[in-house]
Design a protein around this ligand. Structure first.
Ligand code: SF4
Ligand code: SF4
Length: 89
């Protein structure tokens, strides 16, 4: 459990496992789209490349994969993972 109820009220977290985000720095143009779309604050730009800072708060949403038009991010839904699930339906 990486999100607390205080940080994300009304949400139950079902965390997945495995290498579900793969990053190819050779394809990264440092456009920072992944940084902007990621609600989990998982990416940062350093030395003119993106890098995964931490996946602790990754929502398993795949937005970084969609946003990266350079093909530097590959994403698959993790085994057992459901990301977040709203308790309000
Ligand atoms: S969106 Fe893709 S190309 Fe742009 S900074 Fe992120 S990983 Fe690099
Ligand atoms: S899957 Fe979603 S939360 Fe996880 S790193 Fe990508 S954009 Fe961020």
């Amino acid at each position: 459990m990486t999100w607390t109820a205080e940080e994300f009220p009304g949400v139950e977290w079902v965390e997945g496992s495995g290498d579900f985000i793969r990053f190819d720095p050779d394809r990264c143009s440092a456009c920072a789209r992944c940084v902007k779309v990621c609600l989990g604050d998982c990416f940062e730009i350093a030395e003119k490349k993106a890098r995964v800072k931490s996946l602790e708060k990754c929502l398993e949403c795949g937005a970084c994969w969609f946003a990266c038009t350079d093909g530097a991010i590959d994403f698959s839904w993790p085994p057992g993972g459901k990301g977040y699930r709203s308790l309000w339906g």
